[in-house]
Each structure stands twice: as structure tokens, then as C-alpha cells.
Design a protein around this ligand. Structure first.
Ligand code: UD1
Length: 424
């Protein structure tokens, strides 16, 4: 199994190109199931989660061509040949549930295994199911699978989400696009990935209004066509690399970065004493001298502070002057990085849904273990600032969501390398 070795203490200076968003791409690819014409996605990230979605779509009968080293994906679905999303693929990635709505909308049938994914809490799919039931789907849960049917097409309806869910909003957006009549989604997620999916669906001929707000109105159409769509910038990758010069000192330009994608996060970063400016090509982040200031963070659905940047922000705050409080409001059990950061000398107390971080003057390199996708990159950030060597094991989590992390950081002067190890 690979690990990443970081030798800390280098200031970072340079440029990092931000990739297309993993989470947007994972919702855009299943949208191809809605049409018998191909969907072309440009600016796709090259990640293992994307390969998992490719394998899932291929198992359903899609033809997926990865062009330009995987930067461009062409997904064709002349017909869905198999309507079962198998446990063996779904368990590897929770976003697999996103094939449910499109298959049901196009062919009136779908069988999807209940998902696995990151170990960050219970993460049920009840909202996806309740929403599809509101559109007239008949659901039967047996043997770990959802068996869904809608023999006479899904029907538009009003559905209010009891809690905001990105994935459930995406599933319903796709399903409602081919439903008969009008669907109104209330308390919908407002994430940029939702807007990106809605834009792509509009290019395919869907009638959608209100994406990016709490209420989305979808007028179902009879059929959707093929389209070409560029995947939006990855705001989580952007935020992660904004933290790199913040934690080490230095100045890095994030090419393709947009402040509106990370506004709440950027505000917190500035409050901590980091400078952010907009450039012609993206965002520039710099920290010259002096310690980071302690700040409080509460995660919330967009436009709030993203849960997917909480672990990385915690890495920064371990070195702050003062005490910071982080509150996790989206997922329970999302502080698994805390004990690992503590192994590097951080002072963190986790209590229920919150963590108190008492800043220390320095971290010390240590062998640590990645527990999930965002936790693993928080350990790399900490390692960049720590004295000595940090070895992050189990980096397969990292490869799910960060493209060439060691190349992007070493181009800015970080001492970081991947160690390939043969399985014992
Ligand atoms: C997506 C992102 C993930 C991010 C999360 C929150 C993808 C592939 N993943 O995950 O990186 O951390 O948004 O921004 O886009 N919930 C239910 N029932 C459901 C669905 C969700 O109770 O049916 C709960 C979840 O347990 C969680 C909250 O709702 O507490 C939000 O989850 P949701 O927005 O659905 O996250 P994902 O779409 O799975």
C-alpha cells in the first residue's frame, strides 16, 4: 500500500492548477443515463472515485470513453442493459446511489444496493428514497437493495426536504427532469455542484429554474438530448490548497480558483490572518510572518463553511495563537483526524459534535494514518508545517479525491513524495 512522506518546514511559493470538482463530476456522469445521446464532460478530474463511477455506469450498459488522459469523459447510454447497481461497486462509493433517480426516470425501473463510502457517520439514503416516492416511485427494500419501479413514468410533485441533502437534491433533480409535470423541491441544497448539474441538465434540454436557491422548480420533459458540459472547479480542492501556504507561510496562486465557491471558508481564513486576493487567473493566498490567529468554525450546508474543509482547517488551527472551537453540524463522527493530529503534537479535545483546539507553537512529524478522504489531506497539510518527517499511511483515501497531490505541492517547493510499497 502506498504512503506519502512529507518533510516539513518549507515555505510554499508558486502556482497550483485546481481540477474539476470530483463531487460535481460524480453527479454529472449519471445524468448521461437520462439520454440515449452521449454526454461529454470536459475538465473532468482524474481520480479513483471517477473510475469507480465509470465502472458502475459500464456495468449498467453505458459506454464510457476517457479522452485526453481522462480530462474528457464521453458517456453514451443508447440503452440501459442492466438496471442493477451491484453491491460490489456501490459499497466502494456512496455517490453510486445517484444512478437510482435517472434509471427510474428513463426506464421506470432500478435496483440499487444501499451504499457504503467514507466512514463518517451513519449517512442514510432515506431522503433520496422519500423524494422518489413523492414522485410516484414504488420502493421495496430487500437483501440490502432498493428495488424501485415507476411503470407509468414518474410524476411531478412538491417535495420539501426535512434536512438539506446534496445527493438527494441531485437524485431528484435528475429524476424530475424526465417526470411528467412540474416538480417543486423545497429546502433544496444550494451547493455549486447542484448549480453545475442543473446547468448540464439544461444543456440536455431540461427545464429547471431556481437552482442555487432553496426552491428548485423542474418542468419535466419527454426526452433529453446529448450535450457537452465543463465540470465546475473543485471548491474543496481549492480550499485545501489555499490552506497550504496558510500553514507553511509563503504565497501560492490557485489557478481557476473563485472566491464565490469558497466565500465562507475564505472569510474564516482571513480572520485567521491569511491574505487572499483575486487575480486574473484565480486566487492568490499568502501568509508572511506571525502566527495564525485562533478562529471558531461551524460547518453548515452551502453557503456555510463546508464540512469537507473542516479537517484541513483544523490542521491549520492546531498552530494558531489561542483556542479555536470547531463544530461539525453535517456529519457525526467526523473528527477521526483529531487523534492523528494529536500524534503530531496538536492539542485537541473532541466532545460530541465539537472539538476544541488549543494552538501549539510547533507540530512534530510522526507516522499517521489516513481514515477518510479529507482527514488524509489534513495530515499532509499538518506534515508540511511540522518539524521532521510525517508518513501518512493508507493514502488510497487520498487518491479518491485529490489528483497528483504530491506533484502539485512539490511544484511549490514542498518536500513530499509517494512511497510505493508492496503489500505484505
Ligand atoms: C455530499 C458530498 C460530500 C459532502 C456532503 C455534505 C458528494 C459525492 N459528496 O455528500 O463530500 O461532505 O455532500 O456537503 O457530493 N442525510 C440523511 N438522509 C439522506 C441523505 C443525507 O439523513 O438520505 C444526511 C446525512 O447523513 C448528512 C446530511 O444529511 O448528515 C447531509 O448529507 P448529504 O448532503 O446528503 O451528503 P452527500 O450528498 O452524501
Amino acid at each position: 500500500m502506498d504512503s506519502i512522506l512529507v518533510r516539513g518546514g518549507q515555505r510554499l511559493n508558486g502556482r497550483i492548477a485546481i481540477s474539476g470538482a470530483k463531487n460535481a463530476c460524480l453527479a454529472l456522469m449519471p445524468a448521461a443515463l437520462l439520454s440515449d445521446e452521449p454526454l461529454t464532460l470536459t475538465n473532468a478530474p482524474r481520480l479513483s472515485d471517477i473510475r469507480t463511477m465509470t465502472a458502475l455506469l459500464e456495468s449498467l450498459g453505458c459506454e464510457v470513453a476517457a479522452l485526453q488522459q481522462g480530462r474528457v469523459l464521453v458517456v453514451g447510454t443508447e440503452a440501459i442493459r442492466d438496471h442493477t447497481a451491484d453491491y460490489e461497486i456501490v459499497r466502494r462509493m456512496r455517490a453510486s446511489i445517484l444512478v437510482l433517480g435517472p434509471m427510474l426516470a428513463r426506464d421506470g425501473q432500478a435496483v440499487v444496493s444501499l451504499p457504503g463510502g467514507c466512514a463518517i457517520g451513519a449517512r442514510p439514503v432515506d431522503l433520496h428514497l422519500a423524494g422518489l416516492e413523492a414522485l410516484g416511485a414504488k420502493l421495496d427494500l430487500r437483501d440490502g437493495y432498493v428495488h424501485a419501479t415507476a411503470p407509468r413514468r414518474l410524476r411531478g410533485a412538491t417535495f420539501a426536504f426535512p434536512t438539506v441533502s446534496v445527493g438527494a437534491t441531485e437524485n431528484l433533480l435528475m429524476a424530475a427532469s424526465l417526470a411528467k409535470g412540474t416538480t417543486v423541491l423545497k429546502n433544496a441544497a444550494r451547493e455549486p455542484e447542484i448549480v453545475d448539474l442543473a446547468q448540464c441538465l439544461r444543456r440536455m434540454g431540461a427545464q429547471i429554474e431556481g437552482d442555487g436557491t432553496e426552491t428548485i422548480v423542474i418542468d419535466g420533459v419527454e426526452r433529453l438530448r446529448g450535450a457537452t458540459h465543463p465540470v465546475v472547479t473543485d471548491r474543496i480542492e481549492l480550499g485545501t490548497y489555499m490552506l497550504a501556504p496558510a500553514i507553511t507561510g509563503g504565497e501560492v496562486e490557485l489557478i481557476g480558483g473563485r472566491r464565490d465557491l469558497v466565500a465562507a471558508f475564505a472569510d474564516r481564513l482571513e480572520a485567521a490572518g491569511v491574505e487572499i486576493s483575486e487575480t486574473a487567473e484565480g486566487l492568490k493566498v499568502s501568509r508572511q510572518n506571525g502566527r495564525i490567529r485562533a478562529v471558531d468554525v461551524v460547518t453548515a450546508p452551502f453557503p456555510g463553511f463546508p464540512t469537507d474543509l473542516q479537517a484541513q482547517m483544523m490542521a491549520l488551527l492546531t498552530l494558531a495563537d489561542g483556542v479555536s472551537h470547531l463544530e461539525e453540524r453535517i456529519f457525526e463522527n467526523r473528527f477521526m483526524h483529531a487523534p492523528e493530529l494529536s500524534r503530531m503534537g496538536a492539542k485537541i479535545e473532541v466532545h460530541g459534535g465539537g472539538a476544541t483546539v488549543t494552538g501549539v507553537e510547533r507540530l512534530k512529524g510522526a507516522p499517521v494514518m489516513a481514515t477518510d478522504l479529507r482527514a488524509s489531506v489534513s495530515l499532509i497539510l499538518a506534515g508540511l508545517a511540522a518539524e521532521g518527517e510525517t508518513r501518512v499511511a493508507r493514502v488510497y483515501h487520498l487518491d479518491r479525491g485529490y489528483e497528483r497531490v504530491e506533484e502539485k505541492l512539490s511544484a511549490c517547493g514542498a518536500s513530499i513524495e509517494r512511497i510505493h510499497e508492496r503489500a505484505a
